[in-house]
Ligand binder design. Structure first.
Ligand code: ADP
Ligand code: MG
Length: 269
């Protein structure tokens, strides 16, 4: 696991040290609104980063830049050393073509607050759609893999059901299985339990905890502080488009250094 990667003649780093996600000086505007104001963040391979922050602080926008759902105005995002949305040639960055963007996107799983399942497809069809169409997997293989994933999220008996026949918690677990079907190196969760009735939150968090234990790199936007404390390697607190503070959960959650972090935590705890 520690094969050497040569970065330049002068520096050599081991793979274990290599950040899976590197975000550098990222800025993003929506018209006059300066939504991301210089974000720097490293997420190391196999680690879980939980992003906290008030509504409107830019959490979703940050996740969406990693998965090509938003383009940055300046700065760079890279996943496993590959620039998201760009190709470097000399000192210049050139935008990727749609085909290459789709290819990059298949390496990243995204789970949305509102599930985003295809309502006209069964659970099984929802999961095999991307492996078959994007990765050109034979349907039979994709279906066998999908059934294993459904088993993993505790829904082996729901393969033939339609999304509307499932509870919100079950739909979100299907959405997680669908994200996993692409065997992503990185999983992004945007408030995966915010749309759920309180009694359904636990079953979804349990699935995400199970994934974290299996060593998948994850960035999770959530207000579930207990989950952050238990699962996160790093907690990031964002406010007004900036990372105000980041560190191990024990530091950020129990002895935050910034007043804004304290004020936020006192509201959600
Ligand atoms: P969070 O996820 O932390 O609640 P967002 O990243 O969704 O924050 O939004 C940050 C700010 O950007 C908000 O003020 C929001 O209204 C604005 N915003 C987000 N997406 C768009 C968009 N597509 N067009 C214009 N404004 C947007
Ligand atoms: Mg959001």
């Amino acid at each position: 696991m520690s094969s050497a990667v040569t970065v330049s003649a002068a520096t050599t780093v081991t793979e274990a040290d290599t950040a899976k996600v590197e975000i550098r000086s990222v800025h993003k505007n929506f018209g006059p609104l300066h939504v991301l104001r210089g974000i720097d963040l490293d997420v190391r391979a196999g680690e879980v980063t939980v992003v906290l922050g008030p509504s409107g602080s830019g959490k979703s926008t940050l996740l969406r830049t990693i998965n090509h759902l938003e383009k940055v105005d300046s700065g760079t995002v890279s996943v496993d050393g590959t620039l998201v949305g760009y190709r470097r040639s000399g000192n210049k960055l050139h935008e990727l073509r749609e085909r290459d963007i789709l290819k990059q996107r298949t390496r990243i799983g995204f789970v949305f607050q509102n599930f985003h399942l295809f309502p006209h497809l069964t659970v099984l069809e929802n999961i095999v759609e991307a492996p078959v169409s994007a990765l050109k997997r034979p349907r039979k293989d994709a279906e066998a893999a999908a059934r294993k994933l459904l088993d993993r999220v505790g829904l082996a008996d729901k393969a033939e059901a339609y999304p509307k026949q499932l509870s919100g918690g079950q739909q979100q677990r299907v959405a997680i299985a669908r994200a996993l079907a692409l065997e992503p190196g990185l999983l992004l969760f945007d408030e995966p339990t915010s749309a759920l009735d309180p009694e359904l939150v636990g079953e979804v968090l349990d699935v995400i905890k199970d994934l974290a234990a299996s060593g998948t790199t994850m960035i999770v936007v959530t207000h579930e502080i207990g989950f952050a404390r238990e699962v996160a390697d790093t907690v990031v607190f964002m406010d007004e488009g900036r990372i105000v503070e980041q560190g191990p959960p024990g530091d950020v959650l129990d002895s935050p250094r910034h007043e804004r972090t304290r004020a936020f935590l006192s509201k959600v705890l």
